[in-house]
Ligand binder design. Structure first.
Ligand code: AMP
Ligand code: MN
Ligand code: MN
Length: 339
């Protein structure tokens, strides 16, 4: 194994210095954030630390099985205040933008808690912790957590391996997305030696769709628009559709990925108006367009090929901010041959 980077060494020293450690991830947590939290909490416990997980938002049904080893708490003012009083340090996973930890962010202002950030997003690369292990080349935050656990000399157990596998498959789209590389596959191969059942895990995380959600996907996909000479797909979801199907913002998960397979498409954008005047923009590139700078310029972020931003705007206003920028990116591509 190569020598740990100075940032990783600082992280191991951070863990050695603190006994009671609180962990968190971004609002509307995904498999990478939750899997990274659970694996890291189990590792910290194996090292003799107290570890507790507290997030802004609830755990989606697909991932509640991860919480069978240890509770994943959801923000509640009094309990969160007490948790901050009773901790020596905070580890923030899968996010390096302070605002994206949601209602925990104001608590950080009132409590002088040392922070370590472990993340793979490039858009806030400096991080807001005393220690920042930010590695944009990692396909998932879980890949960094895996490296940290191995460097510590601590044995990986089956439960840690399961949580890390969930982190890896969710952020790589089960090894389909452009962030998949030999490191991701080597990590998966090693995790499988710890006795997990990939078929069961895939079923567990992908078998939580409801009929309502599929009908909603059907409606939104049926109305897809092709712009820019069929290179950009635009999807829109209206407040009325969320209401009629009884769905919330998190239910759009996976929707924006579906039209990526249309031949010749360079990017997909979903304008999701969860409530009137509040639009979540999700962008996906099929590999040539870089979309995170566009998201970051409007206050969001993400990765080169998967980024998002929340806007106080109607769908029409959000389109007016995003689509001309995408037009510019597509024009810049025009000099390159289409694959
Ligand atoms: P999503 O479109 O929500 O699946 O997000 C795609 C990527 O963009 C993820 O890596 C998110 O962390 C990032 N992202 C989404 N929304 C935001 C936001 N409002 N601010 C910063 N990053 C975001
Ligand atoms: Mn995430
Ligand atoms: Mn991630």
């Amino acid at each position: 194994m190569t020598m740990p980077s100075p940032e990783r060494r600082a992280f191991h020293e951070f863990v050695a210095r603190h006994r009671r450690i609180l962990l968190t991830t971004h609002v509307n947590p995904d498999g990478d954030g939750l899997g990274s939290e659970v694996a890291m909490a189990l590792w910290l416990r194996a090292l003799g630390r107290q570890a507790r997980i507290l997030n802004d938002s609830t755990v989606p049904a697909a991932f509640t099985f991860l919480a069978r080893h240890l509770p994943i708490e959801t923000f509640e003012e009094a309990a969160a205040e007490a948790a901050f009083d009773a901790t020596d340090a905070l580890i923030v996973l899968d996010v390096s933008n302070r605002q994206r930890i949601g209602r925990l962010a104001p608590l950080l202002d009132r409590h002088l808690v040392p922070v370590a950030v472990v993340d793979h997003h490039a858009s806030h690369a400096s991080g807001f912790g005393q220690v920042n292990v930010i590695e944009p080349e990692a396909s998932a935050t879980g890949e960094i957590v895996y490296g940290l656990i191995r460097e510590s000399g601590q044995e990986l157990d089956a439960d840690m391996a399961e949580a890390l596998y969930v982190a890896l498959i969710m952020d790589t789209g089960s090894f389909r997305f452009s962030n998949t590389d030999s490191h991701a596959h080597r990590m998966a191969a090693d995790l499988l030696t710890h006795g997990l059942d990939p078929q069961r895990l895939h079923a567990q995380v992908h078998s939580h769709a409801s009929a309502a959600r599929l009908r909603f996907f059907g409606e939104v996909l049926a109305a897809l628009e092709l712009l820019e000479d069929d290179r950009i797909v635009v999807l829109e979801a209206a407040p009325e559709q969320f209401q009629r199907h009884g769905l919330v913002g998190a239910d759009t998960d996976g929707l924006v990925d579906m039209p990526r397979n249309i031949v010749g498409v360079e990017a997909v954008v979903l304008f999701s108006e969860v409530e009137p005047g509040r639009v979540k923009v999700s962008m996906r590139s099929t590999g040539r367009l870089v979309v995170d700078r566009l998201a970051a310029a409007l206050g969001g972020g993400g990765h080169a090929h998967a980024a998002g931003v929340s806007l106080r705007a109607t769908r029409a206003e959000a389109r007016a901010r995003i689509l001309p920028e995408l037009h510019r990116l597509v024009v810049a591509l025009a000099s390159e041959p289409r694959p």
